[in-house]
Design a protein around this ligand. Structure first.
Ligand SMILES: CC(C)(COP(=O)(O)OP(=O)(O)OC[C@H]1O[C@@H](n2cnc3c(N)ncnc32)[C@H](O)[C@@H]1OP(=O)(O)O)[C@@H](O)C(=O)NCCC(=O)NCCSC(=O)C[C@H](O)C(=O)O
Ligand SMILES: [Mg+2]
Length: 293
């Protein structure tokens, strides 16, 4: 089975904020995204790049995945950001505003030319109307190993900006885009993270949006503040009852008397072998989270 990496919580932090970068080493987020793009003002871009390079090179992030979000290659900072990100060897480089597969091919070639370690993967922001229209082709780029594409990250703020859709409770205007991106990601074996929740003082609304993202199938949620980590970690982890049920399903299909059966009745519910596969994933995720403590 492929390794399961919990990505329940992915915390953005501005690369220009030295205090935040320092805190990243101790916060209980599964993923930290060191941002050079929208969280950093134009006159702080160089400082942010230097600070992020130094922080990633210094390491000390423990089990957290370390991601560097660069500026787009069509901006004055993009090329230097990409070179600096490759040089400091994060777990992945997050490309903003990916609207077509072409940019993934271009970045793949840059990585190859630079002799970038295989460990560095590529994550792509899905945050433009064109990305939504092209999402099947963008996801299909993962078939070309040279792109190193591993994960989609929804950029709901930019989607709201570019489309005029409002960020309302329940996210009705965005649900078709979220669901289509999710289907495209899964069709090509990609991980996918939900967008951010901007209202730091609305814990109830945040929990509801986490639950919505989890029920849709997202692996986790992107976050903007440490205060959001615990709720995201709880929402995107299977709870005790789910793990117990998953273990029971696995045991049912492992029992010799069910060896020839495709479907059985477990406590009044039909379970099929596909449920045993899902159950193994649930237990695998729970175990990976438990190792993290
Ligand atoms: C949103 C903030 C500007 C709020 O800042 P502030 O009011 O200063 O926070 P606090 O005083 O509550 O901070 C308390 C302590 O926590 C640390 N902190 C705060 N935020 C972070 C963080 N993101 N990572 C790490 N540590 C953080 C503070 O340093 C305080 O520490 P201490 O000194 O020990 O008390 C701020 O939270 C912030 O800048 N958040 C991140 C903003 C960001 O990265 N935005 C870009 C991504 S969002 C996006 O646009 C996604 C996508 O592209 C899209 O289009 O949707
Ligand atoms: Mg954005």
């Amino acid at each position: 089975m492929t390794e399961i990496r919990p990505r329940r919580s992915a915390l953005y932090m501005p690369g220009s904020n030295a205090r935040a970068l320092e805190k990243a080493r101790s916060l209980p987020a599964d993923v930290v995204i060191l941002d050079l793009e929208d969280a950093v003002a134009p006159d702080a871009k160089e400082t942010a790049r230097a600070q992020v390079s130094a922080a990633v090179t210094a390491g000390g992030f423990g089990p957290r995945e370390v991601i560097v979000r660069v500026n787009g290659l069509d901006t004055p900072w993009g090329e230097e950001d990409l070179a600096a990100a490759i040089a400091c060897v994060p777990d992945a480089i997050l490309l903003p505003k990916v609207s077509t597969p072409a940019v993934l091919a271009t970045v793949g070639r840059r990585l190859a030319t630079a002799g970038a370690p295989h460990k560095i993967r590529i994550w792509a922001m899905v945050e433009t109307p064109l990305a939504i229209l092209n999402i099947a082709q963008i996801a299909a780029a993962a078939a070309d190993q040279a792109t190193r594409l591993e994960c989609f990250v929804m950029g709901t703020n930019d989607l709201a900006k570019e489309t005029g859709a409002r960020l309302v409770p329940g996210r009705a205007p965005m649900l078709p885009w979220l669901a289509t991106s999710l289907a495209a990601a899964r069709a090509h074996g990609l991980s996918i993270l939900d967008g951010v929740y901007n209202n730091l003082s609305d814990a109830e609304g945040f929990a509801a949006e986490c639950a919505e993202g989890r029920d849709m199938g997202f692996d986790g949620k992107t976050l903007i503040h440490p205060g959001q980590i615990a709720a995201a970690n709880a929402a995107f982890a299977p709870d005790e009852a789910e793990v117990a049920r998953a273990r029971a399903i696995i045991a049912t299909f492992d029992a010799p008397e069910n060896a020839g059966k495709g479907a059985v009745n477990l406590d009044g519910r039909m379970v099929e072998r596909l449920h045993a596969e899902m159950a193994r994933r649930t237990v695998g995720l729970a175990e990976a989270i438990a190792v993290r403590g």
